[in-house]
Write a protein that binds this ligand. Structure first.
Ligand SMILES: Nc1ncnc2c1ncn2[C@@H]1O[C@H](COP(=O)(O)OP(=O)(O)O)[C@@H](O)[C@H]1O
Ligand SMILES: [Mg+2]
Length: 299
């Protein structure tokens, strides 16, 4: 098994060398325990026979409306939840083996909705160092990793700041740096933008794409917003604990009716493109942004 280090993508041939999926979800079913001892109601599974392979270096948007099972699936990818049946293998390591959890969590880092739940220390650089300290990483190596992680997310000038003085977007960057310091192969952002204003939201989405391109990091971007998925390499859509769509953005967005039926709000550029088609402009299905639509009209 090969460790990936945080180096620019062009310096690694990892994707070519590794044929094993980084994440293999094999026929996983999971049901949350019913609340209250007297409850006899049968809860339906949050994941119902889900299978999904994710390759090293993929950028996946995991979509679905509220309650479709996205977070439950995400939590299976770093052993926060364990399958009731089926298996989840991370770089070949089975999450059902408790002794592997630390290694699995070093490989797959998670970012959640509220950065404040992930911030522990009172100074930015100490917070980035936190998980490394807990793991007893020697100081020179720790310093190097903290420096690299702060630079990767662009918060190096804020190193002496107390996190509560940072904006929501900067705090989310800090949470991402804390995860990157562990040099994971994959980062899962579970609705990591949903508490932010639109500009900071865009900023975090751009950062995820930057980390993917620059470091060949596998990204699973969990969101209920289709507009955040436009630039993903692959979109996986969930509904009632099942994967119901899996494909490239242009194939997924070619099926607007199904997306509507799945209660996903269509991004404005797609609604515009659809209207333009109905009045005779032959806008291609590959035009997913205002810029590409404008190009198609003017050419
Ligand atoms: N901690 C929990 N206890 C009980 N049921 C839960 C819990 N978390 C989620 N669920 C249920 O599991 C299903 C999937 O939820 P979740 O994975 O959080 O969906 P999503 O992230 O797509 O909104 C929903 O029906 C939800 O109500
Ligand atoms: Mg969720």
């Amino acid at each position: 098994m090969q460790e990936i280090v945080l180096v620019p993508a062009q310096e690694t041939h990892y994707t070519i060398m590794n044929t094993l999926p980084l994440i293999a979800i094999q026929n996983v079913t999971y049901t949350y325990p019913a609340e209250g001892k007297k409850t006899r109601s049968i809860t339906s599974p949050a994941l119902d026979g889900v299978s999904l392979n994710i390759a090293q270096g993929e950028y996946i948007a995991l979509l679905g409306h509220n309650g479709s099972g996205k977070s439950t699936l995400a939590r299976h990818c770093n052993a926060l939840l364990l399958p009731e049946s089926g298996h989840v293998l991370i770089d070949g390591l089975d999450t059902l083996d408790n002794s592997l959890h630390q290694r699995i969590r070093d490989k797959v880092g998670m970012i959640f909705q509220n950065p404040d739940n992930q911030i522990i220390a009172t100074v930015v650089e100490d917070d980035v160092a936190w998980a490394l300290r807990v793991r007893g990483i020697p100081l020179p190596l720790l310093r190097e990793r903290v420096e690299d992680a702060m630079t990767a997310v662009g918060i190096e000038t804020l190193r002496r700041f107390p996190p509560h003085k940072l904006s929501g977007g900067q705090r989310q960057r800090l949470a991402i740096a804390g995860v990157l310091a562990l040099r994971p192969q994959c980062i899962i952002a579970d609705e990591a933008t949903s508490m932010l204003d639109p500009l900071s939201r865009q900023d975090i989405v751009s950062l995820l794409h930057h980390l993917h391109q620059q470091y060949n990091l596998t990204v699973i971007h969990v969101t209920h917003l289709l507009e955040e998925a436009v630039l993903a390499q692959r979109i996986v859509v969930m509904e009632q604990g099942h994967i119901v769509m899996d494909g490239t953005p242009s194939t997924i967005f070619a099926n607007l009716e199904q997306l509507r039926a799945l209660k996903l709000a269509l991004p404005e550029p797609l609604v515009l493109a659809e209207r333009l088609r109905t009045i005779g402009f032959p806008i291609s299905r590959h035009a997913l942004t205002i810029e590409t639509i404008a190009q198609e009209i003017t050419h």
